[in-house]
Design a protein around this ligand. Structure first.
Ligand code: ITT
Length: 199
């Protein structure tokens, strides 16, 4: 059985990405934990050296739990394009460069994938909950769809404006937050986390 997070616990949200932080805080809000961000605690950003989402989520959660002495939740996620062999994938943040220019990262996806005739794309999210004694629990969620060009909508963050979930008419950039929180890759991983670790 997975280790439980006690009700009323303080939990560090081990991300420096404000878009993710807002989504994770919304997802946690009904569940009786008090969330503090890595930014508020001044925690450093560990280098993401693992080859996959789960490995990077683990290293970020373990680093934050060790530095804070509190349980910590990390998210490693990305936008994956079939025609690019799953890229940008774990490099999704890095494709936006040091200025975090996602308009440029989206242009690069379009430029590199446009000729392929295969618009399949997906978002993936690994969540890791780590404790200061280095125990971890990890979860994974994915949502499939297609990439579209040009990007549409101002909502969300990152690659949201170029992702159309399967069966939907609106990109994630056009989707209301409550709707994204019900169905996204992050929401899917989060549901498993809740079912396993929240009493
Ligand atoms: P932390 O490591 O501090 O959490 P980060 O932005 O570096 O922040 P990642 O390494 O996990 O996080 O990079 C994930 C990138 O994938 C993120 O910067 C977004 O561009 C993209 N991404 C992940 N989830 C997304 C979502 O729900 N909508 C749009 N883009 C998303």
């Amino acid at each position: 059985m997975a280790r439980q997070l006690a009700r009323g616990s303080r939990l560090v949200i081990a991300t420096h990405n404000p878009g993710k932080l807002a989504e994770i805080a919304d997802l946690l809000a009904p569940h009786g934990v008090s969330a503090i961000s890595a930014g508020e605690l001044g925690l450093p950003e560990p280098e993401e050296t693992a080859p996959d989402f789960t490995g990077n989520a683990r290293l970020k959660a373990l680093a934050a739990a060790a530095a804070s002495g509190l349980p910590a939740l990390a998210d490693d996620s990305g936008f994956c394009v079939a025609a690019l062999g799953g890229a940008p994938g774990v490099f999704s943040a890095r494709w936006a460069g040091p200025t975090k220019d996602f308009a440029e990262a989206m242009r690069r996806v379009h430029h590199d994938a446009a000729e392929a005739g295969d618009a399949r794309a997906w978002f993936a999210c690994a969540l890791c909950l780590a404790w200061p004694d280095a125990h971890t629990e990890t979860f994974f969620g994915r949502v499939d769809g297609t990439w579209v060009w040009p990007p549409r909508g101002e909502r969300g963050f990152g690659y949201d404006p170029m992702f159309l979930p399967a069966g939907g008419a609106l990109t994630y950039g056009e989707t209301a937050p409550d709707e994204k929180h019900a169905t996204s890759h992050r929401a899917r991983a989060f549901k498993q986390l809740l079912a396993s670790c929240f009493a």
